[in-house]
Design a protein around this ligand. Structure first.
Ligand SMILES: *Cc1c(COP(=O)(O)O)cnc(C)c1O
Length: 460
């Protein structure tokens, strides 16, 4: 395109008022509120301008408005294909829900439910009652409650049990969980006074014993869910700490975070304490996430002694941190799978337990479909991660399909995959896009192949 034509097309870009006066445009936008109409038109003109400045010669057309409208009105929160191999990817919504949980959400969401109605007595009930029995049966605890997430559970537990008192915790456990959630800060927010004992790498029982006095309200143990210390280390186990707590008449609260209800078996996984093992070791209160290794909805579960749970329930924060009916529905359905010996149907557990052979076969299927459409790729062995701040040392082996694009960096291909529909999120290594198949179903594998082709067609 010669410079003069380009300049003329740039000059001919319409104003917003001109566009609104076009019947075709105004009818396209007639259902949208005025501010959105203006935004759509601005974006349509801006993208045409960028196109012309970029050297393309396609002039502005009403189709630009339709395209901007589609882009701005499609759902913002969408399904993404997770080709990262990270099972509990916090940015991708952590644990995918079991089919039973999805169905239960739909069943409860569509109409009314007995969220806080005791159907036997016809009186007001508790929203937690639906999950308490299952949680107690699966953990051996006396009582349970559920809040918005585990961070909320920690805040509630510390506020209810240690406000205005001292909470004793090892220096090796003053962790930051991610997103800036730091144990010392939460402690401060709760009104408890943090008493640090031991050192970063070694803490002994006498360190706790010496620090405890009349002001001590709580012994706190925080599970190192997202990091590990190795070398010259020593920590006090739950059982020993529980002994000290009982002797001094102070409750022991353990923030477990990851929350495995059953041991996890899978190649490359590390041992993770189950909630039941911590309860049976003597912790009076244990908190954990609903959407980490448990594989349910986002939630913070607290289990433990009846008397302590009752104090948490009475605290004003409990109301502020409560969960909604959809969470209760999904959690109850997920817990049923554990109760009924169907924990293999919990997606997070199934994905972590996937056999390397199965993953290899799946990667080959993806590579073959890419080959069929002339996309060069190779199957590579990779090491995945559990994610979600769980099992930091685990290195589950997996298989990926590496795609390289001639004349283009891997970052650009990845950008286009992410911008596709559905978006594909993968990882970049050796200037190739690596599509790890662990978190992809068979249908997802087909979809990923189509997305790679679409991404290629958008520039090549
Ligand atoms: C992940 C984690 C939390 C925070 O849990 P969320 O459910 O993400 O709020 C708190 N404590 C520990 C030990 C954790 O691992």
């Amino acid at each position: 395109m010669d410079e003069a034509t380009r300049m003329e097309r740039l000059r001919a870009l319409p104003s917003i008022d001109e566009l609104l006066a076009r019947p075709a445009v105004s009818s396209l936008l007639s259902d949208q509120p005025r501010p959105l109409q203006v935004r759509v038109l601005r974006e349509a003109v801006a993208s045409a301008r960028a196109r012309l400045l970029g050297g393309e010669d396609r002039a502005f057309a009403d189709a630009d408005v339709a395209e901007a409208l589609a882009r701005l009105t499609r759902p913002h929160l969408r399904k993404v294909l997770n080709a990262t191999g990270v099972v509990l990817h916090t940015n991708l919504g952590r644990a995918p829900l079991a089919e039973r949980a999805v169905e239960r959400i739909a069943a409860v969401a569509r109409g009314y439910c007995n969220l806080e109605l005791d159907l036997d007595e016809g009186e007001r009930g508790s929203r937690y009652v639906h999950v308490v029995d299952a949680l107690c049966a699966l953990t051996g605890a006396e009582a349970a409650l559920v809040v918005n997430n585990c961070a909320a559970a920690v805040l509630l537990a510390l506020s209810a049990l240690a406000q205005g008192r001292q909470a004793v915790v090892s220096r090796g456990e003053l962790v930051e969980i991610g997103g800036g959630f730091r144990v010392p800060d939460v402690m401060h927010q709760s009104g408890a006074t943090l008493v640090e004992v031991g050192t970063t790498n070694r803490t002994r029982l006498v360190d706790y014993a010496r620090a405890m006095g009349p002001e001590t309200g709580l012994l706190v143990k925080v599970h190192r869910s997202n990091f590990a210390v190795v070398g010259f280390t020593e920590e006090v186990g739950t059982r020993e700490l529980a002994g000290l707590a009982r002797e001094r008449g102070v409750p022991l609260y353990e923030d477990l975070g990851s929350g495995a209800l059953l041991p996890l078996h899978g190649e490359g996984l590390t041992a993770e304490p189950t909630v039941a093992s911590i309860i049976s070791a003597g912790a009076d209160l244990v908190s954990f996430s609903g959407d980490k290794l448990l594989g349910g909805p986002q939630a913070g579960v607290v289990v433990g002694k009846q008397e302590l749970i009752a104090r948490l329930e009475k605290h004003p924060l409990d109301r502020a941190l409560r969960v909604d009916k959809l969470t209760v529905a999904a959690l109850e359905a997920t817990l049923e799978l554990y109760r009924d010996g169907k924990d293999g149907e919990v997606p997070a557990r199934a994905l972590l337990a996937a056999k390397t052979q199965t993953l290899h076969a799946r990667a080959k299927v993806l590579a073959t479909s890419l080959e069929a459409v002339k996309v060069r790729s190779r199957v590579v062995q990779v090491t995945g991660r559990v994610g979600g701040g769980s099992m930091p040392l685990a290195e589950p082996p997996s298989w990926a399909v590496a795609v390289a694009v001639e004349g283009e960096g891997a970052a650009q291909l990845h950008d286009r995959l992410r911008a596709g529909d559905p978006p594909v999120v993968a990882r970049i290594a050796d200037d190739e896009v690596w599509l790890d198949v662990r978190c992809l179903s068979d249908a997802d594998v087909d979809a990923v192949a189509r997305c790679v082709v679409a991404a290629r067609e958008r520039t090549w």
